[in-house]
Design a binder for this molecule. Structure first.
Ligand code: 5GP
Ligand code: ZN
Length: 113
């Protein structure tokens, strides 16, 4: 755990969050500032700063993707949804702990900002 990391603190239960899915390796919770009717963040429990920092061979990847799929099913997003991973300052990443945004419940626009 990175003591300074907001999402590590959410994982540890030190910051309250509305949890929607928990597995051994992954936690999903609602975004505090939702950008769509459904806005869930799916994060590995281990601290990894971003997409590029988790090796492609890590077993955390399939665990993360399985959790994302389960959230999509659980939130009833059959009509469509968007997955986002922001990376680094210019990618719009504000919390340096890898997270997948699951957005849905409305029609998405393109291009994103
Ligand atoms: P990023 O900009 O890094 O891709 O996404 C970070 C997301 O985390 C933002 O959508 C922001 O609203 C959300 N967020 C930041 N702090 C908290 C928090 O303490 N609790 C929850 N549930 N979400 C947070
Ligand atoms: Zn962290």
């Amino acid at each position: 755990m990175d003591e300074q990391c907001i999402f590590c603190q959410v994982v540890a239960g030190e910051i309250p969050a509305t949890r929607v899915l928990e597995t051994d390796q992954v936690l999903a919770f609602r975004d505090i500032n939702p950008q769509a009717p459904v806005h869930v963040l799916v994060v590995p429990r281990e601290h990894v700063t971003g997409f590029g920092e988790l090796p492609a061979s890590s077993p955390t990847w399939p665990a993360l993707l399985a959790a994302v799929q389960e959230v999509v099913r659980g939130e009833g997003l059959d009509n469509g949804y968007r997955l986002v991973i922001n990376n680094g300052a210019r990618g719009g990443q504000t919390v340096p702990h890898l997270h997948v945004h699951v957005l849905g419940g409305r029609a998405m626009q393109w291009p994103p900002g």
